[in-house]
Ligand binder design. Structure first.
Ligand code: F6R
Length: 260
């Protein structure tokens, strides 16, 4: 995997937005997999600025969710469908009909999970999947010890993840216990994985994912199995990487035309 160390979250957002803009110019109807949470917001803001300035036209882009809470009422502002509509689909001028996501309020959740995996395949697969990382090493909501071959399914959130996400709700009690998440096997089918991590709170998880062994106990370590995975980290999130200087030197020597 390629590890790119940037000064701060804004620089990481711009770098990844540039890669997305290049993808959209190459493939105007690219299927873009989007993560929610705080980390990717600078990416969406930077890309929205490029759309607003006319530098890129994202109107034909298709978007798909990485995960969704189970049990939140339709239209709840913190459902990931609402978040992706608000933070990605509307600012980028994407057609709402081109937006795929799992149905977290389905009566038959296992059937909804299978249907979502099938919908992703029918759409031709994800061109670029944006990922964040949990403090416990999760990607999507594949919590520690998720199978590295897992498909989209229902998962139970760890207490740590519910506490981390409580800031989006009025209290910890309101954070759902269950989610539908793309499985690790599903995520690995995307053609390019781009993980952004910022802040010292992610440093340990990043070091384990990048420099530790591939292990289900650190779900993000599965990126090591992907032929095109990029990990973009700010200085704080890179602070526990033993190979940080090597990663800096490698990226500095990379020809600019190669992109991410
Ligand atoms: C969200 C998701 C999660 C988050 C992770 C980090 O769709 O899949 O894996 O990316 O929990 O969240 P933040 O960015 O809020 O620290």
């Amino acid at each position: 995997m390629e590890v790119v160390i940037v000064p701060d979250a804004t620089a990481g957002g711009s770098l990844i937005a540039d890669a997305l803009a290049a993808l959209v110019r190459r493939k105007p109807d690219a299927l873009l997999g989007v993560a929610t949470g705080s980390t990717p917001l600078p990416i969406y803001e930077a890309l929205a600025a490029q759309v607003a300035s006319g530098a890129v036209d994202a109107s034909r882009v298709r978007v798909c969710q990485l995960d969704e809470y189970v049990g939140l009422p339709a239209g709840h502002p913190e459902s990931y469908r609402s978040v992706v509509l608000r933070e990605v689909v509307e600012p980028l001028g994407i057609d709402k009909g081109s937006f795929l996501g799992p149905d977290g309020s389905a009566d038959d959740i296992p059937a909804a999970c299978t249907a979502y995996d099938e919908a992703l395949r029918a759409a031709g697969g994800v061109d670029l999947q944006i990922l964040g990382i949990g403090t416990d090493g999760h990607i999507g909501f594949n919590e520690p010890c998720s199978s590295l071959a897992s498909r989209t399914r229902i998962k139970t959130l760890t207490r740590q993840t519910r506490e981390d996400n409580a800031r989006f709700f009025d209290s910890l009690d309101e954070v759902p216990h269950h989610v539908i998440t793309q499985g690790i096997g599903t995520i690995l089918e995307a053609r390019h994985l781009v993980l952004l991590a910022t802040g010292a709170g992610k440093a340990h998880a990043v070091a384990q994912a990048v420099e530790g062994p591939v292990a289900a106990v650190v779900p993000a370590s599965a990126l090591q199995l992907h032929p095109h995975a990029t990990v973009v980290v700010d200085e704080a999130a890179a602070s526990e990487l033993k190979l940080a200087d090597y990663f800096r030197a490698t990226y500095a020597a990379k020809p600019e035309w190669q992109g991410l």
